[in-house]
Design a protein. Sequence first.
Length: 276
Amino acid sequence: MSTYVIGDVQGCLAAFRELLEAIAFDPARDRLWLAGDLVNRGEDSIGMLRWCMAHEDSVVAILGNHDLHLLAVAAGFVPAHKHDTLDDILHAPDREAALDWLRRRPMVHREGDWLMVHAGLLPEWSADEAVRLGCELEAALRGPGHLDFLRAMYGNEPRRWDPALAGQDRLRLIANAMTRLRYLHADGGMEFLHKGAPEAAPAGLVPWYDAPGRKSRDARIFFGHWSALGLFLRRDVVALDTGCLWGGRLTAYRLEDERLFQVPCHARREPGHGGR
């Protein structure tokens, strides 16, 4: 059995199928960890969800910012953005089944010393605490009050962790950290405007994984979300968003022997501000 972690697919189903061929994926034997952003901007988001639903016994898919954005658009709380490609889901005959399946995905996934999250973790959170906080948000998304969260989800505040946070402020912060985080300010506040590579970051910003005193160093963290960072391999963190959507590559990382697999992506869209 092999376990593969795959970066942001974002509806690029053709490249995803090519990558499965490259790794000789066998759903009866192997497992896939998908690092969030299953949908949006690619050519076949509903096809991607259908594939995951059909293979859910061998797939762990966590939620990313584009996945949460889809749920909010489908609920009517925000309009689709100019560059979104969500209509194939919103008008699909199996729309409700796909959306219900998606909102029941985890926020983080941990096995032993490996942890997968879409974007990042705040420095105050250990891996164990991240799992607990992820479960809080999962309970909100899966429960009868999930529309309350989706309605209140958008916004950048609060930017700093406080264990006393409660209600929608607490849930919004957890979602923002786990699905949108790239940089932190020196005071520990999350930065959402700058999305470029670390070497071009404005003074005073630090990548979340380099924050002083980060408590999640007790796990090796796999994440996506940051196409400008690209493939980034370190003993404590592995970044796997290699820009498939922008004509880059789709990447898989095999946990058992740390081998990388990549396929070129042919879809290319003009960058926009969609998602969250």
